[in-house]
Design a protein around this ligand. Structure first.
Ligand code: NAD
Length: 247
């Protein structure tokens, strides 16, 4: 198995794309630490599924927008598993509104979770990877960070920020053999999307050249690939998994 003996942290791993990433990394041999903010039951149920696959799992309550929580979680993963090889910054949220109605709270929360959260975990893990001279970081952005989306100026800004951050970190960490990449999904069939109005779904379907929404597993497979040695010469890239939604 490609990731046998490796240890991964996946943020926001309890549901949706994060859950699929946890399961796919474990299926490829990795032990996984995942965090949750409120859904302890979901997190422990997923950890159980990872253990049933013969892998080790660690569940930590941590809000990605907290710098201290990120430091604590990386330390807990090191204490539990003795090493860290992979960081997947997946946790994210949206809180939509047109810019002329957007509140300061809406702006701050989405930037804090989607952009600062990615910094928090990278900041906590980077010294470990740098010291070891190895590591894989995959940041989940969005095609809306590439093109901007009506009603999502906060989310688009945060996800565009994640792309700039990914490229800068790839430059800084490359000399230590650390790969830093981003995966940009289009509309994927998850809870985040189930809450969206029917019109949003229909508009996306009209754009997606493959004619259907993506599945969480289809994002997860690309993340796993980027974490393997097969992808060792790929860094600083944004890989779209969007069925051709944004070409
Ligand atoms: P989701 O809402 O189903 O899952 C998001 C996860 O992040 C949940 O587990 C949630 O608990 C966690 N999370 C949110 N805020 C958190 C916080 N402050 N601290 C810790 N955890 C927190 O969404 P998803 O669709 O699975 O999204 C996963 C990632 O993919 C996000 O970064 C999202 O922006 C991105 N994305 C999703 C789509 C899509 O169509 N679903 C498209 C492009 C990008």
């Amino acid at each position: 198995m490609e990731l046998e003996g490796k240890v991964a942290i996946v943020t926001g791993g309890t549901r949706g794309i994060g859950r699929a990433i946890v399961l796919d990394l474990a299926a490829n041999g990795a032990d996984v630490a995942l965090n949750y903010r409120q859904s302890a039951d979901l997190a422990h149920e997923l950890a159980g599924a990872v253990r049933e696959m013969g892998r080790r799992a660690l569940v930590v309550q941590a809000d990605v927008s907290s710098f201290d929580d990120a430091q604590m979680m990386v330390q807990q993963a090191l204490d539990e598993f003795g090493r860290l090889d992979i960081l997947v910054n997946n946790a994210g949220m949206n809180w939509d509104g047109v810019v002329w109605k957007m509140t300061e709270e809406q702006w701050d929360r989405v930037i804090d979770v989607d952009l600062k959260g990615t910094f928090n975990y990278t900041r906590a893990a980077a010294p470990v990877f740098r010291e070891r001279g190895a590591g894989k970081i995959v940041n989940i952005t969005s095609i809306n960070g590439l093109r901007g989306k009506f009603g999502q100026s906060n989310y688009s800004a945060a996800k565009a920020g994640v792309i700039g951050f990914t490229k800068a970190c790839a430059r800084e960490l490359g000399r230590y053999s650390v790969n830093v990449n981003a995966v940009a999904p289009g509309l994927i069939e998850t809870e985040m999307v189930k809450d969206a109005p029917e019109s949003v779904r229909d508009m996306a379907l009209a754009e997606i050249v493959l004619g259907r929404l993506g599945l969480p597993e289809e994002v997860a497979h690309v993340v796993t690939f980027l974490c393997t040695e097969k992808a060792r010469h790929i860094t600083g890239q944004v890989i779209q998994v969007d069925g051709g939604q944004y070409i």
